[in-house]
Design a protein around this ligand. Structure first.
Ligand code: ATP
Length: 430
């Protein structure tokens, strides 16, 4: 049994094609009656396949689709109270507008007078009053798409599926139609499920966005949630622009990344490997002494509403949006407030090595001094009964060379075939 607030529930839906490829994998989603839900993701992530399963054009390999609490996974499309609008209008070219819209009602043997009334009503809704006798070929792309929407709406579906319906329109028409569709949704009160790969379109139109990648849901949330609190780096990168850095928590609400130390709002345990995401509009350019990090401006592009400024800071790069320009080659400081930093716990791919710390606090590995500064010591040593300093295995530590564990992130390891430079030589596979 489903929840009665929900019109559609997808439970553990998987779709594998004959070649064994799983286009959709364990997809779980609840859609409330009257919601405007958008499936958003890059090409090939399984948006259309999911929509086609809801419409009934594809059968799930496993899982259930509930409509008003009833399993419809195996019902044919024409029995479902669901209509689809496709990217290509799929209008009948030999019929006029009236006949195109009336087609479905005629099939259902609806009385003529009723058909006339219904066609008039939907044409008003899509702002095409008086177009009944026009030929399809005389309409613009935007007008044809409105006819396609009218033809779907005349069947009074409970759910309208829209598969990239504005994909073939130019930008201006697209923006106009986005607003019109949103208004139509508000007036009709029916559930819209919309597919797009355009993040701006999804943010503008939806009550709820389902971000997908490689057949799996990455995040479900309101446009604000998805933009402000991306759950992982895929979402952060796909929705809007982001600066993404690997780092480590260095204390309570303190993180180190991009060569600087930052105060954060997320309280993650000290020592945790993290990924920090910063939106370009959350970075302020300040004087070099005021910033948490500094760097050299390497690029400035005028974008209309703002400048997009790239600053190189050592091996890191920060993209910044600012209403004020900057000069290429200048040294600047960069400041980020705690709520502009989104911390995600990263998978730990750190490599641990035993290295020696000499009396100058320099690190040595295999007799070579490492060109690095010591940022953190993971304590492992203790005194034995004779008050000698010993390591975790009980071995006596030479106080001239204290053995410590160095944590090295994969990104900091350079591979080289220069024997002189080498600290560690991996053996070739046999
Ligand atoms: P787009 O935005 O490009 O339309 P999408 O997110 O809608 O992409 P789908 O059309 O759902 O993606 O396709 C998901 C994956 O499933 C793709 O890799 C596609 O090639 C594959 N696929 C879709 N239909 C079939 C099929 N009938 N047989 C085999 N593979 C298929």
């Amino acid at each position: 049994m489903g929840n009665s607030e929900n019109i559609i529930e997808l439970k553990h839906i998987t779709k594998s094609f004959e070649d064994g490829f799983a286009a959709v994998n364990d997809f779980n989603l609840e859609i409330k009656r009257g919601e405007f839900v958008t499936f958003l993701g890059p090409s090939g992530c399984g948006k259309t396949t999911t929509l086609r399963m809801i419409a009934g054009f594809e059968t799930p390999s496993s899982g259930e689709i509930l409509l008003n609490g009833e399993d419809i996974s195996h019902l044919p499309p024409h029995i479902r109270p669901i209509n689809t609008v496709f990217q290509r209008y799929a209008l009948f070219p030999h019929m006029n507008i009236y006949e195109n819209i009336a087609f479905g009602l005629k099939q259902k043997k609806t009385p003529k007078a009723e058909i006339k009334k219904q066609v008039k009503k939907v044409l008003e809704l899509v702002d095409l009053e008086g177009f009944e006798h026009r030929n399809v070929s005389t309409l613009s792309g935007g007008q044809q798409q409105r006819v396609a929407i009218a033809r779907a709406l005349v069947n009074k579906p409970e759910i309208l599926l829209l598969d990239e319906p504005l994909g073939a329109l130019d930008l201006k028409m697209r923006k106009e139609m986005q607003l019109e569709l949103k208004n139509m949704h508000r007036e009709l009160g029916i559930t819209f499920i919309y597919v797009t790969h355009d993040q701006e379109e999804a943010l503008t139109m939806s009550d709820k966005i389902v971000v997908m990648s490689a057949g799996e849901i990455q995040q479900i949330g309101t446009p604000e949630d998805i933009y402000n609190e991306p759950k992982n780096t895929f979402v952060a990168d796909f929705i809007g622009e982001s600066n993404i850095f690997n780092g480590i928590m260095t204390g309570s609400m303190k993180a180190r990344f991009a060569g600087g130390e930052f105060i954060t709002v997320d309280d993650v345990k000290e020592g945790t490997q993290i990924t920090a995401v910063i939106r370009p509009e959350d970075v302020q350019i300040v004087s070099p002494s005021e910033g948490q990090i500094k760097g050299i401006v390497s690029d400035v592009i005028f974008k209309g509403m703002h400048y997009e400024i790239t600053v190189e800071s050592g091996r890191y790069e920060m993209v910044i949006q600012s209403t004020k320009s900057a000069t290429v080659g200048d040294q600047v400081g960069m400041k980020v407030e705690p709520d502009g930093i989104h911390i995600m716990i990263a998978e730990d791919h750190t490599n641990y090595f035993n290295v020696d710390m000499n009396r100058d606090h320099r690190l040595e590995y295999n007799g070579t001094i490492l060109d690095t500064s010591l940022t953190k010591i993971i304590k492992g040593s203790k005194r034995n009964e004779d008050k000698q300093l010993v390591d975790a295995n009980g071995e006596i530590i030479d106080p001239d060379k204290i053995r410590i564990i160095a944590a090295i992130e994969p990104g900091d390891i350079k591979m080289t075939d220069d024997a002189e430079e080498v600290l560690y030589r991996a053996s070739s596979p046999a």
